[in-house]
Design a protein around this ligand. Structure first.
Ligand SMILES: C[S@@+](CC[C@H](N)C(=O)[O-])C[C@H]1O[C@@H](n2cnc3c(N)ncnc32)[C@H](O)[C@@H]1O
Length: 225
């Protein structure tokens, strides 16, 4: 496991990344500021240069497109395509990002993944069942080129109280966002890591819970040329 000390976003970068959400409504703007400002995953993705410049990035379950907005604000030349199930979230992403990203309202279980260089999935896979998770991971592996990268953030079901707290908060946030409540399909970290390794990924595990009460972990899956 790699030690994780990702610093929070620079305030000017936070302002730049969230400004475009003013045009997407009050909820979109305040949600963007809260999430980008507090969630260590976004700062870590930038600080660790996990996504190479000029990459075609596929953001599965992109919500309102926060990753795309952050990359743009940081001056990245990446082109982001996001796939989001909920029409309201996809619309907020489009309202904020316009032509700067490609937002598809669709289901990651069925949408074509295209030819990305990097795939990002932050807090999404536990909404679909175990067989579907494996299918999505297989399709990601098939879509990525040699040297492709997968950033997968999950909760570690072995993490005890922080994991139980995450699982309590998740339905509350889902409800607040006006989404359907359903069963969550979580796995221990060792199973997630095994699933990626069995597909040929070299896996780096980065805990991403500092400053939060959650049990979130980022798995960086790299393919070797
Ligand atoms: C916890 S949110 C995370 C959003 C985004 N990844 C982020 O970090 O800001 C999970 C998102 O996954 C979306 N989602 C869940 N199941 C999905 C599916 N089968 N296909 C596409 N999106 C899905 C939800 O609608 C929601 O926007």
């Amino acid at each position: 496991m790699t030690d994780n000390n990702a610093s929070p976003l620079d305030p000017r970068l936070l302002d730049a990344a969230t400004a475009r959400y003013r045009s997407a409504g009050r909820f979109a703007y305040h949600f963007a500021r809260g999430k980008l400002g507090r969630d260590p995953a976004f700062a870590a993705i930038l600080a660790r240069s996990w996504i190479r410049p000029d990459s075609r990035v596929l953001d599965l379950g992109c919500g309102q497109g926060l990753l795309a907005s952050l990359l743009l604000a940081a001056g990245s030349r990446c082109r982001v395509r996001g796939i989001e199930l909920m029409p309201a979230d996809a619309q907020r992403a489009r309202d904020a990002l316009g032509e700067a990203a490609d937002i598809v309202c669709g289901d990651i279980r069925h949408e074509d993944f295209g030819k990305p260089d990097a795939v990002v999935i932050l807090d999404v896979l536990h909404y679909i069942d175990y067989a579907e998770q494996d299918q999505v991971l297989q399709r990601i592996r098939a879509a990525l080129p040699p040297e492709g990268v997968l950033l997968l953030r999950v909760g570690d079901a072995d993490a005890g109280l922080p994991f139980r707290f995450s699982n309590w908060v998740d339905p509350v946030v889902t409800f607040v966002r006006g989404q359907r409540l359903g069963r969550l399909y979580c796995r221990p970290l060792r199973q997630w890591r095994g699933a990626l390794q069995s597909l040929g990924f070299q896996v780096e595990v980065v805990p991403l819970s500092q400053g939060t009460p959650f049990a979130n972990v980022m798995l960086k899956g790299s393919l070797l040329p």
